[in-house]
Design a protein. Sequence first.
Length: 342
Amino acid sequence: MYIDHALSARKLPEIPEDREEILRVLSREIYGSLPSAQPAAAEIDSEDANAYAGKATERHIRVSFSVPEGKFSFPATVLIPNAVHRPRLFVHIAFRPNVPDRYLPAEEIIDNGCAVAVFCYTDVTSDDGDFSNGLAAAYPRTGAESSGKIGLWAYAAQRLADALGAWQCFDMERLAVIGHSRLGKTALWCAATDERFSLAVSNNAGCSGDALTRGKQGEHVADITGRFPFWFCENYRRYAGKEERMPFDQHWLLAAIAPRFVLVNAAEQDLWADPESEFLCCAAAGRQYERMNLDGFIADDRPPAPGDFNGAGRIGFAMRSGGHFLSRTDWNAAIRFWKEKM
Ligand code: GCU
């Protein structure tokens, strides 16, 4: 009864059955509307066909696409395992461009037969309130529903997927997007708005990402919109201190990915993100899958604990010990969940 009681205490708004309706509300109230999709292409700046002792091909590319007043481009790095025909592909929205990186165990990902494409989010637009640089300059804020920075980073991940799909060397039926924290929020919004992504992995995304807002511990809407108002559309601030008035909650974001797969990675000591509210967000979103006669979230009826790997349904939840970071453990949970699913 733990899950049922905990969820009813949160007094959550019912998820609309129609995915388009969910996206309309989330666009209007929290993330802003994405620009319309423009096809993108990749130019290869350099290639090493024998990276990682011959195990991988490493390409440094530039992704370009049209924006209202010309063209926009940003750099990315792609690692392709040489031994796998049409590998599955992770799009990693990253804090740094480095490959490998302390958040990106590149060789281990390759050894698991996965390709990974990485871009650094600030190469798309800065992580601040300046909407006059990078992609934000092409889509400045014009109203309360204009996209925040999360939407612009998500849009860039979608354009990277366009460009890599055209290479025809990946299995685009198995395309995942992964990010940590603010970039986990971004990964979820990316997959929610683009059905080509069959899996979203959100790592420690917490407030305004993979944790229920109502009844949450740690960060609240007032904290996040006070420090990072530019991540969201301007409407979101109206709910600072008035979370019970939100017509949605974060389980809607996961539900917009249904019937596709989602993995939420939580960390025991990440109390700002609140692992219990992340777990309950998965449980609440499971309902959307059940409406589709699919297994949503399957877990023991108790609060989450370190070492948990709830991977039986289409929404997975893994929890490790430790704090707020993207670790090998988290990548390995993602790879395990993905391989068990497809
Ligand atoms: C801050 C913010 C979080 C965010 C995190 C991050 O802690 O309050 O919401 O997830 O930064 O992106 O690392």
